[in-house]
Design a protein around this ligand. Structure first.
Ligand SMILES: O=C1O[C@H](COP(=O)(O)O)[C@@H](O)[C@H](O)[C@H]1O
Length: 224
């Protein structure tokens, strides 16, 4: 188990380098397999990586993309993670990728769990997992001390679960057993506050610091 920490001179360099690494790992998978899967974060941080990655020269028609997690809002809502993807990743060359939208339009995220689990399970293990992290040490929609986080960290958790009782809208998230088995895992964080949070997380239980559950074989990409 190795945690590699890469510090970049700026966010632009981070974006270019991480996009190239992800594209290289997807291409490597496609040299020996018919298919690759890419699981990505939403939020405010990853857009620069997506902008470069979407122009990468690889056979995107053999890649399936899905999010780590989604807020239960319409795809055009400003808080929709899919909206971010459609604008920054599923465009250019990457428009040829298949996309599994975690927001199904069902009234409640729990109604979508069986269909989404069935859609994602054949794509496992995830070829490249790209994670983000909040300053509260949440990743995907696994929040510190939330009852759903305890369920999502269980080794026998289903591939996806609904997350309720948040201050904003409900969410849906992939769970630890699925995320932990990815072939390649990257975490992108920016700013001193997230770097401090990541250091703190390494001393805490995953229930209190969910990112801790994924700090085994991982490359962390950081820039101020
Ligand atoms: O809510 C979310 O937050 C995390 C971190 O987002 P950021 O805005 O701090 O970059 C993100 O990884 C996750 O996908 C998203 O739903």
């Amino acid at each position: 188990m190795t945690l590699e920490f890469i510090e970049y001179p700026d966010r632009e360099m981070l974006g270019l380098s991480l996009a190239n690494k992800i594209a290289g790992q997807l291409a490597q998978q496609l040299r020996t397999a018919e298919h690759a899967s890419l699981c990505v974060p939403g939020g405010t941080t990853p857009a620069p990586v997506f902008d470069t990655l979407s122009g990468s020269d690889l056979d995107w028609s053999k890649v399936t993309v899905f999010l780590n997690d989604e807020r239960w809002v319409d795809g055009e809502h400003t808080r929709s993670n899919s909206r971010l993807l459609r604008r920054h990743l599923l465009t250019g060359k990457a428009a040829a990728a298949s996309y599994i939208d975690l927001y199904t339009g069902d009234a409640r995220p729990e109604d979508a769990v069986p269909a989404l689990s069935a859609a994602i399970e054949p794509l496992l293990p995830i070829t490249v997992l790209f994670l983000g992290m909040g300053v509260d040490m949440h990743t995907a929609s696994l929040f510190p001390q939330a009852p759903e986080t305890v369920a999502a960290l269980a080794p026998d958790a289903p591939a996806v679960i609904a997350v309720n009782n948040l201050k904003d809208e409900p969410r849906i998230t992939l769970t630890a057993p699925v995320l932990q088995k990815a072939i390649h895992t990257h975490l992108m964080i920016t700013g001193a506050d997230k770097r401090d949070a990541l250091e703190r997380a390494q001393t805490l239980d995953p229930k209190a610091a969910p990112i801790r559950a994924f700090l085994g074989d991982i490359t962390v990409h950081w820039a101020e």
